[in-house]
Structures are given as structure tokens and as C-alpha cells.
Design a protein around this ligand. Structure first.
Ligand SMILES: Cc1ncc(COP(=O)(O)O)c(C=O)c1O
Length: 392
């Protein structure tokens, strides 16, 4: 019997998810099939090791499931199994990045990654992340318009000679030029590691420049635009396969979460369907219409707009204000009170991640629910009504 308190909380959360307008750029709604796989008896088994090389008996079906997940994962990104390998066991994006760094470096090697305040992820070198205890990070930012500054990246790479250059972001609304990053990495003899956690779905649908021709290793979460379970995978050139596999297991993790591996296989299977490409196209269309509508209502957008699934609003300088008292935190709370969830976010020049000036808005979840351009216009107006109503 389900615990009463737990039952109540799950019921309430289901209601919350139904009622809210979810604009959190890193969230999505998985298919019924993925939900079923996650709750299946596959959760009962231990499978430490890799297909054909397990430390437990009884793994004949798990070997096939893992190989299927690998097969579909490579296919989604059009990668030849002769040139690329994929490890489908990482528990999450953070552990995937940690494993990938440790595979390619020795402790205290230098890594060049993007600052959190400019749109990078914690695991790209923020001091509070454990990655910073094991590796020495140098960080690049964005210019005053919030755009990547390749002159700065090139000069930091030349000055510090990192072993890895990390590209990819968690809050960046423009296309990332992976080719340029790859050239810089090559020029200083660094590996190029790309984290496409946010944009993986767009990359798979060819709506964003692919990192694969310019990268040595590519990590991605599977639960954002990819619309799979909460997890991650690591792609690498064949020559790094052993290093990456060893870093994931036994280096960092124990047994893989088999129900999640199967759910990842299903997510990649779904991503191979034409309807998934259509979904990704709609994401980009929706984000553009939402950005244009917000702009015309007086919101100040970082970089002036979007090329992908997300938008960054500088709330403090919106509606002609230089420094309004409404910051990202207040805006986040006001929106939540009114049924819209979107998270506060740093904008260029911010110093406190807890009290930043911006809000990050993403459309993958509402696009999964079937919303289209007209709905985006309505959402923009609703956000305007909620946030412009507050006296400055
Ligand atoms: C770019 C990027 N990398 C890594 C991660 C970490 O993923 P996880 O939360 O699964 O550890 C995130 C999560 O938001 C992300 O945006």
C-alpha cells in the first residue's frame, strides 16, 4: 500500500504539473512509454560492468538493452560506430562531465570552461562544484551584450594552455559556434569537450550547428530538449572509448540504473521519428515568437533575442528602467504565484547568483504540450501583466 503522505504529495505534484505553465528551459514532459519503463521491474537488477563483461549474472537482457540504447544514440546524431563510441551509463549530466574530465586529464590539469554568470554550468568550473577541487579551471565569459567573445577565449587558451576546452552552456540563447571552439582547441593542443545538454534535441534535428565534427568528447543530459529520462550519455571519438568507459565505471559510478538505460533507449528511438524533428522545429518557432512578443512589450532580452529554445530577460533593465527594484528573484516569485514557472538567472555584470537580474525562459515543455505561436503571444502578455503591474 502506498504511504498516505507520499500518495498525497505525489497527487499534489501531478496537479501542479497539470496547472502550471512550465517555462523552465531544462525541463520537459516524457512520453507515457518512458514513464512506464522507468517504473518497470528493470529497476530490480544490478549490472556493474559493460555488455558481455558484467560483474553479476543474469544480465543477458540488460546487455541487449544497453547495446540498443548505444545504437539508437549514435543514430540520432548520425554518427558512425566506426568513428564514435557512446557510454550510456552516466547517472546525470554533472557526473558525465566529471567522468569525461577525469578520462582526459590528470588531477590539477587546466580546463577552460564558461562562467556560470555568463551561462556556463556549475560543472564547467564554478568554484562551488567539486570539479574545481580536482581540476584547475580557467573561465571565459561573454561580452557586454552577452555574446561569446572568441578573442578572449583564444587569448586565455594561449596564455594557460588548458588540457581541455569546454564549450556548451546552460543559459545562452544564441547559436554556439563549435567550429570556432574546435579551431582554438586545436591551435593550443587541447581536447574539445562539448556539453550539449540543453540543445541536444535541436542538434539532432539539425537546427543547431553540430559539435561532432569539431569535438573529441560530447556530453549531454537526456531530459531537456531530448525529452528523455533524467540522465546523461557521453559520446567520444573511438580512440577515447576505453578511457571514458573506465572513468564512468569503475572510476566514478557503480551499477548502471537499468530502467533509466532502457528509458534512454526509448527516448532515442522517439528522437528518430519525423515527429520529433517537427517538435524541435516548433520549439525554435515558439521561442522566436515569444522573444519578439516580449521585446515588443518592453522587456530587455540579453543578446536581443534567441536562436534556440530559451530566452534570457534582464528584468532590472526592462520597461525603460536602468535599475528597477524587480530583480530575477522577485520576478520568479511573482510568476510562480501566478501559475508560471521560470527560473531566475544571472545576466552579464551580475555578481550574486542567488539574487540575479534576469529570468530564463524556455519553451520545450509547453511545446510538448502542443502550444504554438499564438499561445506564445498570450504567454508574453501574461508575463507582462504580472511583472509590469508592480510599482517601481
Ligand atoms: C549544460 C549542462 N550541463 C550539465 C548539467 C547537469 O545535469 P544534471 O542536473 O543531470 O546533473 C546541466 C543541467 O542543468 C546543464 O545545463
Amino acid at each position: 500500500m502506498l504511504d498516505k503522505k507520499l500518495n498525497f504529495l505525489i497527487k499534489k505534484e501531478k496537479e501542479r504539473q497539470k496547472k502550471e505553465i512550465n517555462l523552465i528551459a531544462s525541463e520537459n514532459f516524457v512520453s507515457r512509454e518512458i514513464l512506464e519503463i522507468l517504473g518497470s521491474p528493470l529497476v530490480n537488477k544490478y549490472s556493474e560492468g559493460y555488455p558481455g563483461r558484467r560483474y553479476y549474472p543474469g544480465n543477458q537482457y540488460y546487455d541487449e538493452i544497453e547495446k540498443l540504447a548505444q545504437h539508437y544514440a549514435l543514430k540520432v546524431f548520425n554518427l558512425s560506430p566506426n568513428k564514435w563510441h557512446v557510454n550510456v551509463q552516466p547517472y546525470s549530466g554533472s557526473s558525465a562531465n566529471f567522468a569525461a574530465y577525469s578520462a582526459l586529464t590528470t588531477p590539477k590539469d587546466k580546463i577552460l570552461g564558461m562562467k556560470l554568470s555568463s551561462g556556463g554550468h556549475l560543472t564547467h568550473g564554478h568554484p562551488v562544484s567539486l570539479v574545481s577541487r580536482f581540476f584547475k579551471f580557467i573561465q571565459y565569459g561573454t561580452d557586454k551584450n552577452g555574446l561569446l567573445d572568441f578573442n578572449e577565449i583564444q587569448s586565455l587558451a594561449q596564455k594557460f594552455r588548458p588540457k581541455i576546452i569546454v564549450s556548451g552552456a546552460t543559459a545562452y540563447s544564441r547559436e554556439i559556434k563549435f567550429k570556432k571552439f574546435g579551431e582554438i582547441a586545436k591551435s593550443v593542443g587541447a581536447y574539445h569537450l562539448v556539453d550539449i545538454s540543453h540543445i541536444a534535441g535541436l542538434v539532432s534535428a539539425k537546427l543547431h550547428q553540430s559539435p561532432f565534427p569539431y569535438a573529441d568528447v560530447v556530453t549531454t543530459t537526456t531530459h531537456k530538449t531530448l525529452r528523455g529520462p533524467r540522465s546523461a550519455v557521453i559520446f567520444c571519438k573511438k580512440e577515447f572509448a576505453n578511457l571514458i568507459d573506465k572513468a564512468v565505471f569503475p572510476g566514478l559510478q557503480g551499477g548502471p540504473h537499468n530502467n533509466v538505460t532502457a528509458a534512454k533507449a526509448q527516448a532515442f528511438y522517439e528522437a528518430l521519428k519525423p515527429s520529433f524533428k517537427k517538435y524541435q522545429k516548433q520549439i525554435v518557432k515558439n521561442a522566436k515568437v515569444l522573444a519578439d512578443s516580449l521585446k515588443s512589450l518592453g522587456f530587455n532580452l540579453i543578446t536581443g533575442g534567441t536562436d534556440n529554445h530559451l530566452i534570457l530577460i534582464d528584468i532590472k533593465s526592462s520597461f525603460g528602467h536602468k535599475n528597477s527594484h524587480i530583480n530575477g528573484l522577485i520576478a520568479e516569485k511573482l510568476l510562480e504565484k501566478n501559475g508560471i514557472t521560470a527560473n531566475r538567472n544571472s545576466v552579464p555584470g551580475d555578481t550574486s547568483p542567488f539574487n540575479p537580474s534576469g529570468i530564463r525562459i524556455g519553451v520545450p515543455a509547453v511545446t510538448t504540450q502542443g502550444m504554438k505561436e499564438n499561445d506564445m503571444k498570450k504567454i508574453a502578455k501574461r508575463i507582462y501583466t504580472i511583472l509590469s503591474d508592480v510599482k517601481n
